[in-house]
Design a protein around this ligand. Structure first.
Ligand code: TXA
Ligand code: MG
Length: 331
């Protein structure tokens, strides 16, 4: 059973240590309880996806203490600064161009060149982020497909041992996930409705702000997952490779001892630029944490294709394969 601990200074300090050492904390926010991990620690981010049982990697929201901290991670233009000044701290998430120096795990942003950031308005969340001293990713602390948790007991019931400690601060004031506002494409668009409405934002920006909608359905907000662009390399991706063609790069998983190159040679002799191993020991957490960064490293016009070895369709492997299949189809 997971540990539920009432918020006080000692509990915050302990939770911060858990985050710094790669563990997961149930974090109260004003919207819903989040499943918090260090945004710069790919293995911690992989644990979050595993705990949620997400069949695919949706990008996560990075929680920070201030607009200034957000600007370390994302490009904050004038529009972003205006809404940040008006609504932060609060239940608003901004999707912005990601800074190359952000240090955020590629898995947390699912390989996209944008990042979602939010400054929560909850004493415990703010204290935890400050004490940990790192940006914190926190999706709602529920299994994928079930309701978002608004009490510490919901978190414990849904996630059990997958969370190292739950900071308990009673029921969430808002009870609904934050509004997600996309500012990355010039025109502000609400991707996910929440307590702060398009109209509220429109007043502050003095410009029209709409909701992203299904084609032809004027009033149906688009499901956030459906709005997502998916990361795909420019180089074609070939799945379940058992050997290599000359000119292909190899994205390996596990041992490459028996991987040969057609026409002669062994994968082990490929130049360093042409091969990456998601996890030599076959560890799915490690593989998930490396996935997007390594795909990018192999995405090079010098390679005819990126050949990917078979990944088992179990646990995190399901989400890894989901992303790999999308990458292969896009090519
Ligand atoms: O209120 C909240 O936002 C809660 C609390 C814990 O802060 N968190 C939350 O996170 O709801 P999550 O992971 O369940 O929802 C993140 C949403 C998803 O709809 C995701 O598609 C969207 O944000 N999102 C994240 N990064 C994105 C990006 N780069 N582009 C577009 N959408 C993004
Ligand atoms: Mg959620």
């Amino acid at each position: 059973m997971s540990r539920i601990v009432s918020v006080n200074d000692a509990a915050i300090a302990e939770a911060a240590e858990i985050l710094k050492s790669g563990g997961l904390v149930g974090m109260p926010t004003e919207t819903v309880y989040g499943l918090a991990g260090n945004a710069r620690d790919g293995a911690a981010v992989a644990k979050i996806y595993e705990a949620k049982g997400r069949p695919s990697f949706n990008p996560l929201i990075v929680h920070v203490g201030s607009a200034r901290d957000a600007a370390e991670i994302a490009e904050m233009d004038d529009l972003a600064m205006s809404v940040a000044t008006a609504f932060w701290p609060g239940p608003l998430t901004l999707v912005l161009p990601r800074k190359s120096t952000s240090g955020i795990s590629e898995l947390a942003t699912a390989g996209l060149d944008t990042v979602a950031v939010r400054v929560p308005n909850h004493k415990a969340a703010r204290a935890l982020i400050e004490a940990a001293g790192v940006p914190v990713v926190a999706p709602s602390a529920n299994k994928s497909g079930s309701l978002s948790p608004t009490t510490p007991e919901h978190v414990a019931d849904g996630l059990g041992d997958a969370v190292d400690m739950i900071l308990a601060a009673g029921a969430c004031a808002v009870g609904l996930e934050s509004t997600v506002l996309d500012l990355s494409a010039g025109v502000p668009v609400v991707l996910r409705p929440g307590a702060i409405t398009a109209e509220d934002i429109s007043h502050v920006l003095d410009m029209d702000v709409g909701y992203a909608r299904e084609n032809g359905e004027p009033d149906a907000p688009k499901a956030p997952g459906m709005l997502l662009k998916h990361y795909a390399p420019d180089t074609p991706v070939r799945l379940n490779a058992v050997d290599l063609e000359a000119g292909e790069a190899l994205l390996a998983f596990g041992s490459i001892k028996f991987m040969g190159i057609k026409g002669g040679g062994a994968a082990g002799d490929l130049p360093d630029t042409q091969i990456r191993n998601l996890s030599e020991s076959g560890d799915l957490h490690e593989a998930a944490a490396n996935l997007f960064a390594m795909m990018k490293q192999l995405d090079n016009p010098a390679h005819t294709k990126i050949a990917v070895m078979n990944i088992p369709e179990t646990g995190l492997g399901i989400a890894i394969n989901d992303r790999l299949r999308r990458a292969a189809e896009a090519g």
